[in-house]
Each structure stands twice: as structure tokens, then as C-alpha cells.
Write a protein that binds this ligand. Structure first.
Ligand SMILES: *Cc1c(COP(=O)(O)O)cnc(C)c1O
Length: 491
């Protein structure tokens, strides 16, 4: 074996001239605050020019360009072509605008650069406190356990891993050892046909398989149909399969609909099934006294997955999973090899080892931004901001209903509005094409960013009002653009 040469020269990544770094840091801070302050003057989106795109195929620099040059490159090729999540007329998917306060919190987080996997340090206390606050506003028991995640997808995966573990124990299977081969029956999980794709992906990743996903039809309000759920459970039992879990969604991606969580909780109790809530969008609505009643029953879940980088406006990325039974949560994930053993004193002491209730070991200190922003603004402010976006969605729905060229395609329980341009002379097929075209035109002209989805087979313009910066005027701009572009396409 060749040996690596012995070099002890004291090279480092610390600045050789801290005052130069300080000057650049102040410049960056000023520039970024200017950037955030002037967001409204920017186009909602701009496509990346070819020469800029090509600049990303340059090879890895072996020699230094220097901090100033790297920063110039960033400004010209990266900062100039963002997705635009922060823009007041960004309405696609359910993206977070972030905030200036969130940016500052990220700076503090990264200055500390703490591994939040476990051990005895204050960042873990912050994370536990944020989780405790979440349990409190969701009326979840104080004894429940929870962990922050990169987002709703991983939170769903972890909640469903706990559900699988629970089902395995009941079936006398040691699923951590035997895997799915230990089961003699096919497991079945029920969610509405409007549930998020991350539920299916979790089943696939857990080895349960998408054949185990039973999509239950929805009613006219896009909420899970309870009679169909009961019938499906019975049919599966009759066919020798093993129903184990129902997923209720609070805030579906297409329309923002909320499944009847309380009734699903009743069914799960009666049928002895695990009740998981995918509250990626809507769960944080519980911070608003006006929205909270819509979520009734969420507090009865066995596990809840939700995001804070959607409707809670946190900078990316942060989600959370809560699990009612802390012992089961630990049993699902805990693995403690010698190098991770706890000590009675010192760094490796303490009870807060999030790595033991997670699938991650090394973890970002995600909690600080939530902790800082809740301290700065107070939780009630976030409730009011969510209510404001829901109010704007109602306003937008009313405007659409008063516009003969537009048709609304679903009720608006939260902050999502789906609608389309209509022209009686066109076939459904042609209308689908026109609406897709309208959305791309609006994006390419930098007017606004809405997305598309399909509602009852019709291509819909999906508008998620997820930004505290959005005002009525922004929705008026979108509406006028849809109508005028629609008209010009149909001429
Ligand atoms: C966004 C979303 C997810 C996935 O969350 P990520 O944070 O994007 O991983 C899951 N479920 C629903 C309902 C969502 O809206």
C-alpha cells in the first residue's frame, strides 16, 4: 500500500485576511437585502439564456478564482435566474416565499454549523422545543415524539415506516430483520385518489409496493369518500389481504381539500388501523383559530407529517413528523453501534438523539429558523398570514366566478384555486391545449407563475396563494393576463 505523504503545513479554509472577508460579507448582506426588498420589481420568472446555461459546463476549478470572483459568478449566473418562489406572483406548486428573517436565521445556523444528529448541546433543545410547540398547536399529546425532516416526503416515509412496524408487530413479524418477506399477506393502505405522490413513493421505498395502495374515490369537494373506504377495507379483508393504514390528507395538492379526519379516526379506531395524516400543506393552519376547526380529528392521528416550508413560509427546507407512541417511534428506527453509544457525562450524554428516531444520522440544525421567527413575530402572526392567503384565494375565486371567459373547477377550502379559460366554440381537447399554452405564455412573459393540473380530465390553471407578499392587485394581473392571452389564442 502506498502511504499518503506527510504534510503538516497549517493550510486552512479560514480567511487569510478577515477584514477583506468582513467587507465582502457586508456587501453580500446589503446586496441580498436589496434583492429581497426589490422583489416586486423583478419579472416573476425569466428563462436562462444559452450562454449562461453553457457556463455551467466549465470544469472544476483547480486553482482559486477568489471569493470576489465566485460571488460575481453567483450574481450573474445563479441569482439572476431563480425559480422565483419568493415573488408575489409565484403561484405554482405550494412553494415557500421564505423571508428576510429566515435568511438571517440561516446565517446564524450556518455560522454555528452544528450537527443535530444527537449529543449534548443546545441546538437539540431548540429542536425539541420547536417540536413541542408543534404538538401543542396541533393538540397532539405532550408525550408524543417527533423529529424535523427535510420535508413532507421524508416525513410521510417515516410516519409510514412506523405504521409498517406497528402492523408487523401485530402480525408477529420482525420487519426490521425479515423485511416484507416476513408477511404472509399483502398489506393495504388507503388514501384518497387526491393524495400526494409521496405516499406511493414511501410505500415503494419501504418495500410494501404500490400494489398495496388503494386509492379511494373522492366526493364533489375532493374529500375522501367514507363509504367507499369502508367498502374497500371489507373487500380487501374478504380477499385475504391485510389492511393496516389509512392516510388522510389535510390540504390536497390539487385543490386544498381536507379529508374528513375525525370520521377517518373513528374508522381507524373501529377497524384497528394506523391513522396517518399527510398535513404537508394544511396542518400548520392550526395556528389560525379560524382555520383550525377545518382540521378537526388531526389530533387523533397515530402519525402526522407536515411541512413548514410551504404554508408556514419558512426558508427551505423543513418538515416534521410526529408519532403518538414514542416507544414505537424509537423501535422503528433506533440503531446504536459502539461509535454512537451514549456516555453518562460529556458531549455524548443526554437523551436527545434525533438520529435514533430518524433515518438520518448527520442532520442540519433546521429548528433555529422556526424558533427565531416564532420569537420575532409570535405564532399569531403566522395564523393571520395564512388566513390572509386563504382570504385572497376567496377573492380570486369570486373574480373568476364573475368572469364569463373563466370557469372555476373546484371549491376553495384553503389557499388553492383551480380554474380554466373557456370558449364555447372549442372542444375539450382544444381547451386543454389552450390552457396549457396560457400558463406557459404567462410564465415566459414574466407576468406570473401558475402551474397546471388535471381536474375531472380538464387541464386546469392551478394557483396556490402561498405568499404573504401577494396582494389583490397581483391576482388581478394574473386574471387579466389569462383572459387576454386566452382570447388571443382563440382568435
Ligand atoms: C408537498 C407535499 C408533500 C411532499 O412534501 P415535500 O416537502 O415536497 O417533500 C406531501 N404531501 C402533500 C399533500 C404535499 O403538498
Amino acid at each position: 500500500m502506498p502511504e499518503v505523504p506527510f504534510i503538516t503545513g497549517g493550510e486552512s479554509l479560514d480567511p487569510s485576511d478577515w477584514s477583506q472577508t468582513r467587507t465582502l460579507a457586508h456587501q453580500m448582506m446589503d446586496d441580498m437585502l436589496d434583492f429581497l426588498q426589490s422583489i416586486r420589481e423583478r419579472p416573476a420568472w425569466a428563462s436562462i439564456p444559452d450562454d449562461v446555461r453553457e457556463s455551467f459546463s466549465s470544469p472544476m476549478p483547480a486553482q482559486p478564482e477568489g471569493a470576489q470572483q465566485a460571488y460575481e459568478d453567483f450574481k450573474q449566473t445563479v441569482l439572476a435566474y431563480p425559480l422565483g418562489d419568493f415573488h408575489p406572483r409565484f403561484f405554482s406548486w405550494v412553494n415557500s416565499p421564505g423571508s428576510a428573517a429566515g435568511m438571517l436565521a440561516a446565517l446564524l445556523t450556518n455560522a454555528m454549523n452544528t450537527n443535530s444528529g444527537g449529543a449534548n448541546h443546545a441546538a437539540n433543545l431548540v429542536e425539541q422545543q420547536v417540536i413541542n410547540w408543534c404538538k401543542a398547536f396541533l393538540d397532539f399529546p405532550e408525550t408524543a415524539s417527533g423529529v424535523l425532516t427535510s420535508g413532507g416526503s421524508i416525513a410521510n416515509l417515516m410516519g409510514l415506516a412506523a405504521a409498517r412496524h406497528w402492523a408487523a408487530k401485530r402480525a408477529g413479524v420482525n420487519v426490521r430483520k425479515e423485511g416484507m418477506q416476513g408477511f404472509s399477506q399483502r398489506l393495504r393502505l388507503y388514501s384518497s385518489s387526491e393524495a400526494h405522490s409521496s405516499v406511493q413513493r414511501a410505500l415503494e421505498a419501504l418495500g410494501i409496493g404500490s400494489d398495496s395502495l388503494c386509492a379511494i374515490p373522492v366526493n364533489d369537494n375532493f374529500e375522501l369518500d367514507l363509504d367507499a373506504l369502508l367498502a374497500a377495507i371489507q373487500a380487501d379483508r374478504d380477499a385475504g389481504m391485510l389492511p393496516f393504514c389509512v392516510v388522510g390528507t389535510s390540504g390536497t395538492t390539487n385543490t386544498g381539500s381536507i379529508d374528513p379526519l375525525d370520521e377517518i379516526a373513528d374508522i381507524c379506531a373501529r377497524e384497528q388501523l394506523w391513522f396517518h395524516v399527510d398535513g404537508a400543506v394544511g396542518a400548520v393552519g392550526a395556528l389560525s383559530p379560524e382555520i383550525k376547526p377545518l382540521l378537526k380529528g388531526i389530533e387523533r392521528a397515530d402519525s402526522i407529517a407536515f411541512d413548514m416550508h410551504k404554508w408556514l413560509f419558512m426558508n427551505y427546507s423543513i418538515g416534521c413528523v410526529l408519532i403518538r407512541d414514542p416507544a414505537l417511534h424509537r423501535e422503528t428506527f433506533s440503531l446504536t453501534p459502539a461509535y454512537l453509544k451514549h456516555a453518562p457525562r460529556g458531549t455524548a450524554s443526554g437523551d436527545l438523539w434525533f438520529s435514533e428516531i430518524s433515518i438520518e444520522l448527520t442532520r442540519e440544525f433546521r429548528a433555529l429558523k422556526v424558533w427565531m421567527l416564532l420569537k420575532e413575530f409570535g405564532s399569531e402572526k403566522f395564523g393571520r398570514l395564512m388566513l390572509q392567503t386563504a382570504g385572497l384565494a376567496r377573492y380570486f375565486a369570486d373574480q373568476i366566478d364573475q368572469t364569463p371567459e373563466l370557469e372555476r373547477l373546484a371549491p376553495v377550502p384553503l389557499q388553492i384555486v383551480v380554474f380554466r379559460y373557456i370558449d364555447p366554440s372549442l372542444s375539450e381537447d382544444a381547451l386543454n391545449k389552450v390552457n396549457s399554452e396560457i400558463v406557459m405564455e404567462i410564465q415566459e412573459r414574466g407576468i406570473a407563475v401558475s402551474g397546471t393540473t388535471v381536474i375531472h380530465g380538464k387541464t386546469a390553471i392551478r394557483t396556490s396563494i402561498n405568499n404573504y407578499r401577494t396582494r389583490r392587485e397581483d391576482l388581478d394581473v394574473l386574471l387579466q393576463a389569462v383572459v387576454s392571452i386566452g382570447k388571443s389564442l382563440c382568435e
